[in-house]
Design a protein around this ligand. Structure first.
Ligand code: ZN
Length: 302
């Protein structure tokens, strides 16, 4: 029920998905109510900007945010790891136009965060407790939230491809389930689409090192999949990253079908704006807890 940050500074570096260039991000512990702030540290004079769903300026291929007058791309996997592990306050210094793509999942982020550990702060969290259903649709895609005493996600996808096909996954999101069931799922793409992107000068850093690549009925990665349904799990990873921009933990069950960054971001904006559909609450002290348990996204007992 108390806010958290990381115990120590963390550094992540590697190729960027878009540029293929070497990029670096440094994460710093932050004070209560800081939320997630980001700064283009490679540009002199830039100030930290607190991220909200309204900072998102592009959802093509990845989620891109504006911080000041400069952009940072591919923020969703780091944001997903932070939210998934229950971390509320962090400052991110970015050297470059995007975060490193690493292995295409949140695995490196969660491993390093686990290594330094999570620190509990002295100020209470504010939670959004959704009391009414909110739904958005676009074509055959939809996403909705219904009241729940937990943070749950149900996600469905349907591809006309024999490797992916129809996949559906339900999860009650806690740091433990996030770590085990979601964090290692990699992003994915089709060989012909990747080749098309390369021709357009996009996704220059994309490779079998950081994505599952499908060629018709075959997975090109030698080691195959990390989970049988890795595709839908990565969609949940992305959704958690996009929803992390809310800046609040919440109680509710998000159900989505074929949703992606664009609809996820529109949904995050709509959630914040739908003030008649939620209450902002703090949890009372009568919940007993140990430091580790504060990491777990516990159901509320009301
Ligand atoms: Zn992703």
């Amino acid at each position: 029920m108390y806010q958290t940050t990381i115990n120590d500074k963390l550094i992540f570096s590697g190729r960027g998905l878009h540029s293929g260039e070497f990029v670096k991000a440094e994460l710093f512990p932050a004070l209560p109510d800081n939320g997630i702030t980001i700064r283009r540290a490679d540009i002199p004079g830039t100030k930290p900007v607190k991220l909200t769903p309204f900072n998102v300026i592009s959802t093509v291929l990845a989620t891109t945010v504006y911080c000041g007058n400069y952009k940072v791309s591919t923020v969703e996997h780091l944001l997903s790891a932070l939210y998934g592990l229950g971390i509320d306050n962090v400052h991110i210094d970015v050297y470059g136009e995007e975060l490193p793509i690493l292995d295409g999942s949140a695995s490196a982020y969660v491993d390093q965060i686990k290594n330094v550990g999570v620190k509990q702060l002295k100020k209470k969290r504010k939670y959004l407790k959704f009391t009414k259903k909110i739904r958005l649709e676009k074509g055959d895609k939809w996403i909705e939230i219904i009241p729940s005493r937990y943070f749950k996600v149900t996600f469905g996808i349907n591809f006309e491809n024999s490797i992916i096909n129809e996949q559906k996954k339900f999860i009650t999101v806690t740091p433990n389930t996030y770590l085990k069931e979601i964090s290692r799922a990699r992003t994915f793409g089709f060989k012909e689409e990747v080749e098309q992107l390369w021709k357009m000068g996009l996704a220059r850093g994309g490779s079998l090192e950081n994505a599952v690549v499908i060629d018709r009925n075959r997975i090109l990665n030698e080691d195959g999949l990390r989970y049988d349904d890795e595709f839908v799990r990565h969609k949940i990873l992305d959704l958690i990253g996009d929803i992390a921009l809310l800046g609040y933990r919440f109680y509710g069950h998000i159900r989505a079908y074929k949703s992606g960054h664009e609809l996820n971001n529109a949904f995050a904006r709509t959630l914040l704006e739908s003030k008649s559909c939620y209450k902002v609450i703090e949890l009372s002290d009568q919940f007993s807890f140990n430091p580790y348990e504060t990491l777990v996204f516990e159901p509320q007992g009301t």
